[in-house]
Design a binder for this molecule. Structure first.
Ligand SMILES: Nc1ncnc2c1ncn2[C@@H]1O[C@H](COP(=O)(O)OP(=O)(O)OP(=O)(O)O)[C@@H](O)[C@H]1O
Ligand SMILES: [Mg+2]
Length: 289
């Protein structure tokens, strides 16, 4: 294991030297929630596009196993997915798709669940393949609701986890539930959790809900969570889904689009440990074995 880690570090250092234009690391963000249907996929897709509009190289990974629907929102049809890379039938460059919106997309499918059971050689292959993504500025992983083992590997390895809730009491309770699981199960991984409140009617509503969750997490889990922002409830979100065109593109001046751009601007202003972002991610993937 140590040898592999050393090998990986050497490999990543070489990569960084050869990709001379690159001056910073890859930021890896997982988007999750306790309750389903709170808007994760819409936020992941629109945030990814907002980043691309700001000139960043973005890769969006669909990590939702049951309902892989990033492709529906982006109106692309992936024929290959991460599972084909994990089973060594494909290279990551074969499965990565271009989209109309300046972001690249990888279908996760059942790939994630396999990571926990890979042999060292298989994991080696996967990590090497995955390291081809280190040219990206940002990787956003949209996960399914509620953390299962399937997505835990990626959540555990991400630099930041954004937990999405809505004002509904059930969504709030489940958001706290997922925060508790992440905070207690992943005690060693220094995960940086942030809260997004979707479908609010006012900024105050977003703040009030986030304060409640943040205070409970501080009191009962001794865990500090930051509030990242809110997104307005707006019919444009549903109509964009129906038209399969992300709202940040179809309605760039809409309230939700402005909120997403504001959130992306805030994220950009917060630091992350740039130096070894991507190699740390791969190392943590290995450790989850
Ligand atoms: N800000 C919003 N305003 C209005 N409707 C919204 C908003 N956000 C989400 N929705 C509605 O909620 C639906 C579900 O959103 P989305 O698919 O992004 O949720 P999800 O958390 O990814 O769901 P799942 O847990 O099934 O993956 C959207 O299709 C849309 O109709
Ligand atoms: Mg979803």
């Amino acid at each position: 294991m140590e040898d592999q880690a050393a090998e990986l570090r050497a490999m990543m250092q070489n990569r960084n030297q050869t990709t001379s234009a690159k001056t910073h690391g890859t930021r890896i963000i997982a988007i999750t929630s306790g309750k389903g249907g709170v808007g994760k996929t819409n936020l992941a897709v629109n945030m990814a596009i907002a980043y691309a509009e700001a000139g960043k190289k973005v890769i969006l990974i669909d990590g939702d196993l049951g309902m892989a629907n990033v492709n529906v929102l982006l109106n692309v049809v992936p024929s290959q997915n991460l599972l084909h890379v994990i089973t060594q039938h494909k290279s990551i460059s074969d499965i990565i798709l271009d989209t109309d919106y300046g972001i690249k997309f990888i279908a996760g499918a059942n790939g994630f669940s396999r990571i926990a059971n890979l042999s060292d050689t298989e994991l080696d292959y996967f990590v090497k393949e995955f390291s081809q993504l280190s040219n990206a500025d940002i990787i956003i992983i949209d996960t399914g609701a509620g953390i299962t083992n399937n997505v835990m590997s990626f959540v555990a390895a991400a630099d930041e986890v954004y937990v999405v809730t809505t004002p509904e009491p059930t969504a709030i309770t489940d958001a706290y539930g997922i925060i508790k699981i992440i905070a207690t199960e992943l005690t060693n991984s220094n995960i940086n959790m942030k809260l997004l409140v979707n479908r609010v009617h006012s900024a105050e509503e977003g703040k009030r809900i986030s304060d409640r969750i943040i205070n409970i997490a501080a009191q009962f889990l001794n865990y500090k969570i930051d509030y990242l922002g809110f997104i307005y409830e707006d019919a444009i979100v549903t109509s964009s889904v129906l038209r399969q065109k992300p709202f940040i593109v179809s309605a760039p001046q809409s309230k939700p689009a402005q909120c997403v751009r504001h959130i992306v601007g805030r994220i950009e202003k917060t630091d992350f440990e740039e130096e070894e972002g991507f190699s740390r991610f791969l190392r943590k993937l290995r450790k989850r074995k």
